[in-house]
Ligand binder design. Sequence first.
Ligand SMILES: Nc1ncnc2c1ncn2[C@@H]1O[C@H](COP(=O)(O)OP(=O)(O)OP(=O)(O)O)[C@@H](O)[C@H]1O
Ligand SMILES: [Mg+2]
Length: 346
Amino acid sequence: MMRMLAIESSCDETAAAIVRAGRWVEGNVVASQIALHATYGGVVPEIASRAHVQALVPVVRQAMEQAEVGWDDIDLVAGTKGPGLAGSLLIGLNAAKAIAYARDLPFLGVNHLEGHIYANWLAEASEEGIAPPAPEFPLLCLIVSGGHSDLVLMRGHGDLVRLGRTRDDAAGEAFDKVARILGLGFPGGPAIQKAAERGDPSRFPLPRAWLPGTYDFSFSGLKTAVLRLVEPLGKDVPVADVAASFQESVADVLSAKATRAAAAFGVHQLAIAGGVAANSALRQMVVERSPVSVRLPALKYCTDNAAMIASAAFGRYIAGARSDFATDVSPNLPVAPADRALEARR
Ligand SMILES: Nc1ncnc2c1ncn2[C@@H]1O[C@H](COP(=O)(O)OP(=O)(O)OP(=O)(O)O)[C@@H](O)[C@H]1O
Ligand SMILES: [Mg+2]
């Protein structure tokens, strides 16, 4: 069965993984740069690129050691081509190409957001035979990450259309900005989820941008509403209640629109993906409201990793994609082309 080596370096994580048959994770290593960027309050592109150069070879070695494989055991090499920071993408993509070239192996460039979806295919190699079956098409996918919020209809491997996207902030970005307003630190998602555990989600009725007639999202108004709510309170902010009310508003809109789309497009299953897919309130609400069975990726595969990139490369390979050394980085690559009929109605 085909074994993939994948490299991911689109933002501030240097990652490598070995995955067999698009599903079974044999090795998975993620080197986070978060400490390097913390003092700047965000990712500094030049620092990120340099850190990728330093981390790359050790991370690939570790992933192969974990998987207990040698170069001869690998059948295909994949790398993230975009979206992401150009300088960061270049390091991982060119390293993946170089390895493939040196080993005379096929190479595939992978869309990072498509990769997030494939977190739903992953399981530990030791779980082969007991893990649930692979997701079934047609699949409705809600991708909610630090930089993107997309609703995607996936009719098969390599066959994706985008039904909607965010018009301003991504869901994860909203979590991060609101966490900053509440003084909860970075990354904001896990901090808000934790604070919300002790809070009352109905205390503050925060706005929801429904954007009727579309599958688009908008979160910048919500962020501003939180700011307006908190500013006059000075030091007496009921952090837990604000966090819970904010989280409720985001989860409400995301789950309502994703489950509505699942019904409208008659899909077989609904999958969520990306860092915000780790959020327990969102997971619960999607499961409660969905008309079809829901796929939830393991928490460790929600945020950036290379195992999901290996799995997505396998999906593309099944769909007929073959080695493509001409692939270049594409910093603004969308998850998929927009659905034409929906676009025309806008
Ligand atoms: N439990 C959680 N609840 C809500 N948000 C979360 C949680 N865990 C992580 N996040 C959010 O997920 C985001 C990071 O996810 P991810 O790694 O997928 O994003 P990214 O790779 O930076 O962005 P992109 O994939 O769009 O390029 C951050 O915004 C973080 O706050
Ligand atoms: Mg990501």
